[in-house]
Design a protein around this ligand. Sequence first.
Ligand code: FES
Length: 129
Amino acid sequence: MSAPEGFRKACLLAEVTEPGALRVEFDDMDVAIVRSGDVVYAIEDVCSHAEVALSEGEVEGNTIECWMHGSCFDLRSGAPTGPPATEPVDVFDVEVLGEVVYVKETARHTNGSRPNLAAILKQKEQAAS
Ligand code: FES
């Protein structure tokens, strides 16, 4: 099965514990695939507070809590919902087809403080041409 247009394969659904998260490393960005109940989320796998992996945090409902200092992020929007983080992280649309999880190549929201995936890809294209 090929990926839907604009999406790329991330992992198998069975590879992600529920509730829990799996770090998926792409060439340009690491993304945490998160399961909570029947919902699968994809979120930038870098805490906006001190750049540690959010995939190693605790998942509860639609929130993931950073293991380092306890910042919480809304998995739907990437917005910080608990201190000390004040900046959001990127989130991505997800498609689950059969047993495969696909993640959209471009972020739905960007944190505004770091280049987003689309910007990184554009820079790579420009560098290659
Ligand atoms: S590194 Fe995530 S809350 Fe500090």
